[in-house]
Write a new protein. Structure first.
Length: 76
């Protein structure tokens, strides 16, 4: 099996697995691909000292998934 060549200006990047932003010190990380001009540049604002703080716009999702998130999640 031969995979096609990676398109030009597509970079292998590391992002926060939860927010998709540029990972900070406390973020879970995953590898991803992004167009060179569209890679996340703002650091993740969701993870601080082992606590995940979700944005207010995630309140509906948090209510539906609260059972799976554990006690480390809070909303701001």
């Amino acid at each position: 099996l031969t995979l096609p060549a990676k398109p030009e200006r597509v970079d292998d990047i590391e992002v926060c697995a939860t927010s998709g932003m540029k990972p900070g010190e406390h973020c879970p990380r995953i590898r991803d691909h992004a167009h060179h001009d569209h890679a996340p540049s703002e650091p993740c604002t969701w993870h601080h000292d082992g606590i995940t703080t979700y944005p207010a716009r995630a309140s509906g999702w948090l209510q539906r998934h609260a059972r799976t998130l554990g006690a480390v999640a809070k909303q701001h």
